[in-house]
Design a protein around this ligand. Sequence first.
Ligand SMILES: NC(=O)c1ccc[n+]([C@@H]2O[C@H](COP(=O)([O-])OP(=O)(O)OC[C@H]3O[C@@H](n4cnc5c(N)ncnc54)[C@H](OP(=O)(O)O)[C@@H]3O)[C@@H](O)[C@H]2O)c1
Length: 229
Amino acid sequence: MTKGEKIVLITGCSRGLGKAAAEAFIARGARVAGCARSESAIDELASRHGNRHRFRALDVTDDGAVADFCDEIVTDLGPPDLVLNNAALINPGAPLWEVSAEDFDRVIDVNLKGVTNVIRHVLPPMIERGSGVIVNFSSGWGRSTSPEVAPYCCTKWGIEGLTAALAQELPPGLAAVALNPGIIDTDMLRSCFGESAGAYGDATDWAGRAVPFLDVLGPEDNGRALSAP
Ligand SMILES: NC(=O)c1ccc[n+]([C@@H]2O[C@H](COP(=O)([O-])OP(=O)(O)OC[C@H]3O[C@@H](n4cnc5c(N)ncnc54)[C@H](OP(=O)(O)O)[C@@H]3O)[C@@H](O)[C@H]2O)c1
């Protein structure tokens, strides 16, 4: 079980892997701070889990909103022990030359700039305390490629590089890792695979395996490119 009052920040907790991880960490006794854009999903999490936790509707591409939320977390709960940079989008499948500038921008903005916004505001208090782990969600498509998902591949390969470089910058006691979560039946997978996504396990099963694995990451893992069990 999670030791003491572990503080876990999870972006993209309204559905999919982020929501399942939030529920699993709460069940293990952690205090969770979570965000996503959907106000109704955030309100539902906040009313169900009460004020030991912090849930906020925000867009991770809004650097000011991320800064305010990180301030609130650090003031009310303390610097996170674990950060799951999970929020991401995938482009509508198309050859790269047919991807609109708007669709390309959205994927870059959420998957790379959103992750960096969180790191920019949450890491300084973690460094000041001298401990904590940042998990940046990558993908199989951060280590291999397929046609029609070049924008998404570009961001997830970018997450691998960003995380490896960040790991070289961190002081002792902290860690940054990239995580390939595997293939899980979520809204994102259904947008790529359609009904055949149903052949894969669901997010709750995933969290049952992945959360105990994430819960024990520590400074010795700094710089690793991990795959969830
Ligand atoms: N499912 C898989 O098989 C798979 C495989 C490899 C990697 N991954 C990675 O695992 C992570 C989770 O994927 P998933 O399958 O759970 O995706 P999902 O079902 O589409 O959920 C994505 C989450 O991110 C949030 N989000 C999206 N844009 C956001 C923004 N601008 N600001 C704040 N929150 C935002 C969404 O909430 P709102 O819409 O409410 O904002 C939602 O909670 C992603 O990083 C994904 O790339 C998944």
